[in-house]
Design a binder for this molecule. Structure first.
Ligand code: RB5
Length: 156
């Protein structure tokens, strides 16, 4: 396992799946922090607030990976990718999860609670956690992503 500590978050659409993923992560003895929103919260919250919490803690090194869940995984993914050093990937099956690690060195995986059932989501997360980055030519491409980040991000 390449991650030392994960941050897991969701908006209201993903609380149930988040809890299931947290339970699964605990079972396989991976260290994780729950960034909310609290399970059972039945009010609507805004996914950018939670994606930012996880992505910012990756930036400062408190955690080194994240799992972000919303209705589709899309909003979490768009938001997390605004933070330098974060490579968030929306994954919907084992193949996309595997490729996001092997080729893109994704450090955040975004899941859609309304598009994945629990068993598929666990398989996707398991694959993502187990797949190493391949490096080589893919490292050169990830370096290019970093260069683009440097060109366009203002210092925070
Ligand atoms: C919330 O209704 C929904 O918009 C959100 O969970 C997510 O799917 C956004 O990308």
């Amino acid at each position: 396992m390449h991650f030392k500590k994960l941050g897991v978050c969701s908006d209201h659409a993903g609380t149930e799946l988040k809890q299931m993923i947290l339970d699964f992560i605990k079972l396989i003895e991976v260290d994780a922090i729950d960034y909310g929103v609290a399970h059972g919260a039945n009010t609507s919250v805004d996914y950018p607030d939670y994606a930012e919490l996880v992505a910012k803690d990756i930036l400062v090194g408190k955690i080194d990976g994240g799992i972000a869940i919303c209705g589709t995984g899309i909003g979490m993914c768009i938001t997390a990718n605004k933070i330098p050093g974060v490579r968030a990937a929306s994954a919907w099956d084992e193949y996309s999860a595997r490729m996001s690690r092997a080729h893109n060195d994704a450090n955040v995986i975004c899941l859609g609670a309304r598009t994945l059932n629990y068993h598929r989501a666990v398989d996707v997360v398991k694959t993502w956690l187990e797949t190493p980055f391949e490096g080589d030519r893919h490292q050169l491409r990830v370096n290019k992503i970093r260069e683009i980040e440097k060109k366009f991000f203002k210092p925070w």
